[in-house]
Design a binder for this molecule. Structure first.
Ligand code: 5GP
Length: 121
């Protein structure tokens, strides 16, 4: 990665505060600052890749770690009725932080999603 550091590296380094819900050797999970569901947690690998495609190509095991942490977060948060894992990838998907992250969303019935409505970031 040659791009500038993102705020998620600062959260991983504990240079910025975050509400951390789970941590493993390779991943960190913390609450989204602007939640889009009753439960909205971000899972990041501690090593930076730009997006999920770059992560999958470079380190499939680390991608598996991210997904396993997402599942563990769902368990810890009591999302027994289901949850959604989302990797926004690129501008059209609304990716704003270019350190790959899984959104874990749940705690209520989730609507379908697709076209941008301008309702939220
Ligand atoms: P993206 O749009 O890139 O898929 O998701 C980035 C997410 O990071 C957004 O949902 C946004 O609310 C969240 N976010 C942005 N800045 C911060 C922050 O400083 N702390 C936390 N915990 N989340 C943040």
């Amino acid at each position: 990665m040659s791009d500038a550091e993102t705020l998620f590296e600062k959260i991983i380094a504990r240079e910025l505060p975050a509400d951390i819900v789970h941590e493993t050797d390779t991943t960190l999970a913390f609450r989204d600052i602007n939640p889009q569901a009753s439960t909205h947690v971000l899972v990041v690998p501690k090593t930076r890749y730009r997006d999920v495609a770059e992560l999958a190509a470079a380190d499939p095991q680390l991608l598996a770690d991210v997904v396993a942490t997402a599942a563990r977060v769902a368990e810890l948060e009591g999302l027994d009725d289901g949850y959604r894992v989302v990797f926004n990838t690129g501008a059209d998907a609304g990716q704003t932080v270019f350190h790959v992250h899984a959104h874990v969303l749940g705690g209520e019935q989730l609507g379908f999603f697709g076209r941008y409505t301008g309702a939220s970031g």
